[in-house]
Design a protein around this ligand. Structure first.
Ligand SMILES: *Cc1c(COP(=O)(O)O)cnc(C)c1O
Length: 444
């Protein structure tokens, strides 16, 4: 293992410890214990100073959402230009967090409404979000779960986790469980091993996913012991959260290599953040660095309507501009899907530039990334087979040996032959309510 240790990091270490000792720096528990949790500690370790006035208001911000920055992540801040620093902006208090605009909400994604038991959000038919921890090594200032994360009153205890596991056990549709939080990797190896072992006793759980930002803010958490434990529970997939190319350091790369070498497919979820990564070139650099480290860019999120995030939000147009600059311009597997998590709990909605320009019965007109407009000739003959979902007698030979088949949901319903639905109508559609009235008064 190389010397993953810079002069700057050594300086910070010396300020915390009497004797500088690299093994301490690389000990993740030391990093968590010595995380910067006060403005004074931040000033001491970085040499950045705030006025008394500034400190007063920063403390109010801190009262609303806690401060925690690992010495490692702190060491990535460039002091000379800290106000523009992407690491500083993601991790240090900003008084604009106190501004709550009228469209912002505590729980914009209605995760609590789709929650059958505490800690579980069951939004999609076959997968659940399972919050197993509510602490993080570093509290991202742009956190969408600010209402919950870091709050000591909502730490999930063992009985709550058991309740979640029981819900998954008695719900056979769930084939994919997504552990998140907080950061699941702030739990001990043993505790996480226990959760994974329990989940693995459930036959219908095919895939377990873990969402963690530790490769970014606490790369030393990815130890050989952790990785060996995870390997026992395959298939395990991991999604991490890099937002800026500056975060892909030697230590971060090492942690990613460990995970990838353990056979864990790695994905990355970035959040589009104003003044941090809202630039096509920054994003392209980031996705290239990710794929070089065997991480597949998975999602690029539009910033949610959570309280106090207005200074981080960009127009959706910025995201589409970034997608325009990636699709076709770089490797397909380096391009994430740009998604907007629908306020109110509709789930993730993918958004892209338009590539279909026009359409007739026999031709589709498309454009490519260069602006070349092309036409695709539809087949003269395409035998439309009626699908009545009699899969046993279908020549496509789908083997339906396990699992219940589910009915069509949503738009799929409109496309299906075996469903008579011709339109999806919102429940509060006034026009339909008027029709219903006419119907009830026998005028129709
Ligand atoms: C994002 C999310 C998932 C997983 O969605 P994928 O598109 O499968 O990655 C599941 N449940 C909830 C509540 C989510 O927010």
């Amino acid at each position: 293992m190389g010397l993953i240790y810079t002069k700057h990091q050594e300086k910070i270490l010396k300020k915390i410890e009497i004797e500088s000792d690299i093994s301490k720096w690389k000990d993740w528990k030391w990093q968590v214990r010595n995380a910067v949790r006060s403005i004074e500690a931040f000033e001491h370790l970085t040499g950045i100073r705030f006025s008394e006035e500034e400190k007063e208001s920063l403390k109010i911000t801190q009262g609303k959402f806690p401060l925690s920055i690992t010495p490692y992540y702190l060491s990535l801040i460039k002091k000379d230009n800290y106000k523009n620093d992407p690491v500083f902006k993601q991790s240090f208090l900003d008084n604009r967090e106190l501004i709550v605009s009228s469209s912002e909400m505590g729980d914009p994604l209605s995760e609590d409404h789709d929650s059958p038991v505490p800690g579980i959000t069951h939004r999609y038919p076959d997968r659940v979000l399972f919050l197993v921890s509510n602490v993080c090594a570093m509290y991202c200032r742009h956190c969408t779960r600010k209402r919950k994360v870091g709050d000591v009153d909502s730490i999930p205890d063992k009985s709550q986790i058991l309740q979640g596991i029981e819900y998954i056990r008695k719900t056979p549709q769930i084939r994919d469980v997504l552990l998140s939080g907080g950061d699941p990797f702030l739990l001990s190896d043993d505790y996480l091993d226990w959760i994974l072992t329990e989940l693995r006793t459930i036959p219908h759980v095919q895939v377990i996913r873990i969402g963690t930002r530790t490769p970014v803010v606490l790369p030393y958490r990815i130890t050989d012991e952790l990785v060996n434990m995870l390997k026992k529970h395959h298939p395990i997939w991991i999604n991490t959260h890099f937002n800026h190319p500056r975060e892909v350091t030697t230590s971060a790369k090492e942690s990613l290599a460990k995970l990838a070498d353990a056979g864990i497919p790695l994905g990355n979820q970035s959040v589009l953040l104003a003044d941090v990564n809202d630039c096509p070139r920054v994003m392209k650099e980031l996705v290239h660095k990710l794929v070089m480290n065997r991480v597949r860019p998975y999602y690029l999120y539009q910033c949610d309507l959570s309280e106090g995030l207005s200074h981080f939000r960009t127009p959706i147009g910025k995201g589409i501009e970034i997608m325009e600059s990636l699709i076709g311009h770089t490797s397909g597997f380096a391009v994430p899907t740009y998604v907007i998590d629908a306020p109110g709990g509709g789930g993730k909605i993918p958004v892209m530039p338009n590539y279909i320009i026009s359409w007739s019965t026999n031709k589709v007109i498309l454009r490519n990334y260069e602006g070349v407009i092309t036409s695709y000739q539809e087949p003269d003959k395409y035998e439309k087979t009626l699908c009545d979902r009699d899969c046993e007698n279908c020549n496509l030979e789908l083997q339906l040996n396990d699992g219940e088949e589910m009915d069509a949901i949503g738009i799929e319903k409109l496309l299906a032959d075996y469903d008579d639905t011709i339109s999806l109508v919102p429940q509060n559609n006034e026009r339909y309510e008027r029709r219903q009235e006419l119907y009830e008064t026998n005028k129709l």
